[in-house]
Every structure is written in C-alpha cells, then in structure tokens.
Design a protein around this ligand. Sequence first.
Ligand SMILES: *Cc1c(COP(=O)(O)O)cnc(C)c1O
Ligand code: SF4
Length: 347
Amino acid sequence: MTHWQNLLARSITTPEQLGRHFDLDFSALRGVSEQFPMRINPYYLGLIKTPGDPLWRQAVPDPRELEDTICLTDPLDEENRSPVENLVHTYPDRVLFLVTNQCAMYCRFCTRKRKVGTSRMLVSRQTMESAFAYLRKNKQIRDVLISGGDPLLLSDETLAWLLDNLRAIPSIQIIRIGSRVPCTLPMRITTRLAGILKRYHPLYLNTHFNHPDEVTPEAAKACARLAGAGIPLGSQTVLLKGVNDNAATITELMHRLLMIRVKPYYLFQADMTLGANHFRTRVETGIGIMQSLIGHTSGLAVPTFAIDAPGGGGKIPLTPNYLTSLGKTVTLKNYLGAPCGYHNDLD
Ligand SMILES: *Cc1c(COP(=O)(O)O)cnc(C)c1O
Ligand code: SF4
C-alpha cells in the first residue's frame, strides 16, 4: 500500500469512530451516514479545528440531510442525459465521464450524493469500454471531462489505461480531470502520478477548494507538482452557507489559490441536491460577492459565478449588472458605481 492508500484506509467512516475522535456522542448521525456515506481521511480530519467550523461542515454528516423535502435526488438530470452508463452528454461538444464512485472524502453537499461511495454507482472496465465506443462514434465531442467520484482515486495503472484509451481517439482534443484530491488528500499527487499525467497533454486539471484553510503547504506541494508537469490548474468553489458565503472568505480563498498557481474557474451556486438544502444561499449573496471581487482585485482572481440549471440545462453565468442602458449610447457604471458612457451609434 502506498502512503495515500494507507491514509485513505484509516478514514473515519462511522459516527462511532467520529465520536471516539472528538469525544462526543454522534450516534444520532447513524441514519444519515447509512443513507449518505461518510469518509473523513486523517489528513482532512487534521485540518478541522473545532466542531462546526467550515471544514467540519463540509465533511461531517448533519441530521438536516434527512429532513430535506425540497431538493432533488438528481438535480442536473444526469441520469436521463446518459446515453451510456456513467457518461453525461449535455453539451454537443463535450462530455462528463464518471470513472469511479470513490472520493477521498464524501462532501456533504455533493451534487452526486445520491450515488457516490455507494453501490448505486458502479463503474467497471465494461462501462468504461462502452464510453470509449460512444466517444469514438461521436466525433463532435472534442473535450472529455473525467470526473466521478474522484478520478485520482484510481490506481496509477488504471488511470494510465483510461488515458491511453482516450488519447487513442483522434477526435478528442483535450482531456480534463476534475479532482478534489489536491484539497482533500494532496499526498495522492505523487511524482509518479505527475509523471504519468504529463504523457497525455493537452491535459487540464480542475480541482475544488471551498475555504482558505484548505490551502495548506501540502496542497501547495501537490499543485506545484502538477503545475511542474505542465498541467494548467483551475478550481471550482461551491458557495456554501456557513462555510464560505461572504466576500472576505471568498476573496482570501481566490488569492490563496493564485498563490499555489491555481486559477479560479467557477464559483457555483449550490445545486438543489436532496440532502444538501441547508447549504443553499440566496442568489443575491453570490452576486454581492462577485461585486466585491470584480475590479477590486486582479481579474485573475475572479471566477465565473454560475448556476448549474436544475433539470440539466447546463451552466448559466450570473454577473452583477454594470449596464444601465443599451441604445445609441451605452451607459454603464464601473466597479465603484461611477457612471460612464460609450458611443454605440455604429452600423
Ligand atoms: C460542467 C459540465 C461540463 C463542462 O462545462 P464547462 O462549462 O465547459 O466547464 C460538461 N458536461 C457536463 C454534463 C457538465 O456538468
Ligand atoms: S469530491 Fe467531488 S464528487 Fe466527491 S463527494 Fe466531494 S463534491 Fe462529490
């Protein structure tokens, strides 16, 4: 067993283990962790400072997960958009390819909490072969986003096999890996792994950080290895109530990501996922946060704020409104609210 596999094997997966660690009684959480799996590996556990803090909220089951009556099991309608198992084809030119049901931690707000870490999601060489056949046949697909679960929980060998197969399909121009491992288990990013990944360029890696406390020296080392292998790094962040739903936290996170060579990509409104209703914030909160970023900090630090449309309509960007009128003259206001005009009287 490698170091990261050993860490993973020592994860907390039951309320009893959690209770022993924090010296508290968590037996009330048993129903929750039976419905939605828990996995808190020793690395991420070590980042939690105190019960109820922003990292705790992402990792520890909450009784409210079973009280949700508003949200949807499959908010993005992924199951109906899967022409073959574990492949979601929403946009014509790109697909989401789910290659494992395992994650280094099971985030309580996960969009796929209906199935990650459970037998409700099964990936096998056979489902992957069906996806390769679909990708070979549908030549308009030029971008494959590998996700899960977390693709980097696959062994080095399986990952290389998967990437070999994708690279053998000429119509695929770019491969993207969506992985939370640089945040939740950065020890997985070994020099051996970086050496494998660099064989498949152009390959992009999009990770997922939600709080400045997650940007640790270990995460920095993992990202330096990936960037050193020539892999452009992006990150998505989910706006989560009680975790990061204010301008100061998001601004600090964006700055810290840039310091570890990760470019903020999306800031997502939390999906309407069954069992995650208590994490949702009002859309106005996100727009206000964007307003406090745009112009006030480097453009590099500004992600695209988006809602992934319930029902599977795709990602819809939301931007604060800087346009006050649109006609022969355009009137605008800048990030400080100062008005400005632009002559638009052109053919
Ligand atoms: C997010 C997503 C993509 C990729 O979208 P980008 O905006 O290109 O990053 C592709 N397919 C599905 C189903 C997705 O959810
Ligand atoms: S790492 Fe990603 S896929 Fe896995 S539980 Fe967290 S949000 Fe879901």
